[in-house]
Design a protein around this ligand. Structure first.
Ligand code: SAH
Ligand code: SF4
Length: 384
């Protein structure tokens, strides 16, 4: 049986058509030359026209590019695509949080979450950089899922485009937009997909496109030390570090990449992060795990550890998932911890639980939707 199938299956996978949304300006210029739609002399101007339609107006159809000649549009459509990923599910929470489950290809699904008004008129889109993760942080549900693959730049940009479509913000005044910030805090480790992340950032930060400035983009990493400098040099993004523990012994357990790059090495790399200053602080994320890392002594050790680094400390209430081995610290314990950190002069916002009713919080992404769909399917087949 499998022999017959092998005979009809192409030996080399057929390359997917290139989605124009995932090309940087430079890549777009060369792509237009490669397919004969522009001469080298025309490429910049042509690329600028196409860019405006794709990244400023958000069109998904070549026929909408009204200032481009009909035969050029047809040639573009022969070689490229503009379609968005399929929205498998959209959920909106009572607090305005919106979560989309997107299907990029069969079996390649990830979630994107829009969190309105994170403070001072800003709304953040939490994007995924990978489907699954190779790391196994013990408190993170994504960590229990194998890596399926890195998302491409087009697939990362598409998450922002879907949010813009939904929020109706392609032509909104910049000051009136709800989607102002992007955080790489969805599924996956962004520094294991730095090419995709850096290209996506080049694209959606472009001033004549989606125009979310680099300073409004935060990349969160578990601490891939050898890639930190490159992240700063290539992207100019704000840095967030998933610290979660103040000793190597505990961090080895919670964030196992610590065994390769222990805390002292991580802090050295952070001190050297390009552009780090009081105006551009690094955010340390610290998940509050009951009885594990939440004592006042650990809060004091934390401020000692970070002394001299321009930093914010973000305390994240642990979001439990089915079978998770931890519980969230109580409100009192979190506040005591926050008071110690505040008294040392650090801003230490406690992340507000958002979108909990639709399971849109950190570490809960995707798998819950898979679970729900599986139970819906079961319910469906039971009644069929
Ligand atoms: N891989 C990157 C970015 C994605 S995770 C990283 O680890 O930084 C985004 C943030 O959510 C990280 O700080 C991560 O530690 C945190 N997180 C993961 N699971 C969580 C959970 N169940 N509850 C609270 N925070 C969680
Ligand atoms: Fe991967 Fe980040 Fe989850 Fe760790 S916390 S398993 S690095 S997604």
């Amino acid at each position: 049986m499998s022999v017959t199938l092998d005979l009809v299956r192409p030996k080399t996978p057929v390359a997917a058509p290139v989605n124009l949304s995932g090309l940087t300006r430079a890549q777009l210029s060369s792509a237009l030359i490669d397919v004969g739609v522009a001469t080298p002399a025309q490429a910049r101007m042509r690329a600028g026209q196409v860019w405006g339609w794709v990244q400023h107006h958000g069109v998904t159809d070549f026929t909408a590019m009204s200032n481009i000649a009909r035969d050029t549009r047809a040639a573009l459509a022969d070689h490229f695509v503009l379609d968005r990923p399929q929205i498998v599910e959209r959920q909106q929470s009572a607090d305005g949080t919106i979560k989309w489950l997107l299907r990029f290809a069969p079996g390649v699904e990830a979630e994107t979450v829009f969190i309105p008004e994170v403070g001072g008129g800003t709304g953040a889109l939490c994007v995924s950089s990978q489907v699954g993760c190779t790391l196994n942080c013990t408190f993170c549900h994504t960590g229990t899922q194998a890596l399926v693959r890195n998302l491409t730049a087009a697939e990362i940009v598409a998450q922002v485009q879907i949010a813009r479509d939904d929020l109706g913000e392609w032509h909104g005044e910049r000051g009136a937009r709800k989607l102002t910030n992007v955080v790489f805090m969805g599924m996956g480790e962004p520094l294991y997909n730095l090419d995709g992340v850096a290209d996506a950032l080049d694209i959606f930060s472009d001033d004549q496109g989606i125009a979310i400035s680099r300073r409004r983009v935060t990349v969160s990493t578990s601490g891939v030390v050898p890639k930190l400098n490159e992240l700063g040099e290539r992207t100019g993004a704000m840095l967030a570090i998933s610290l979660h523990a103040v000793t190597d012994e505990l961090r080895d357990e919670l964030v196992p990449i610590n065994k390769a790059y222990p805390i002292a090495q991580l802090l050295d790399a952070i001190r050297a992060y390009p552009g780090l200053s009081n105006a551009r602080r690094v955010t340390f994320e610290y998940v509050m795990l009951k009885g594990v890392n939440d004592s006042p002594a650990e809060a004091r050790a934390l401020v000692k550890l970070l002394a001299g680094i321009p930093a914010k400390i973000n305390l994240i209430p642990f979001n439990p998932w089915p079978g998770s081995p931890y519980a969230c610290s109580s409100g009192n314990v979190i506040h005591t911890f926050a008071d110690i950190v505040n008294a040392a002069g650090y801003a230490s916002p406690i992340r507000k639980p958002r979108g909990r009713d639709i399971l849109a919080a950190c570490g809960q992404l995707k798998s819950q939707s898979e679970k729900t769909r599986a139970s819906k399917r079961r319910a469906g087949s039971a009644t069929a």
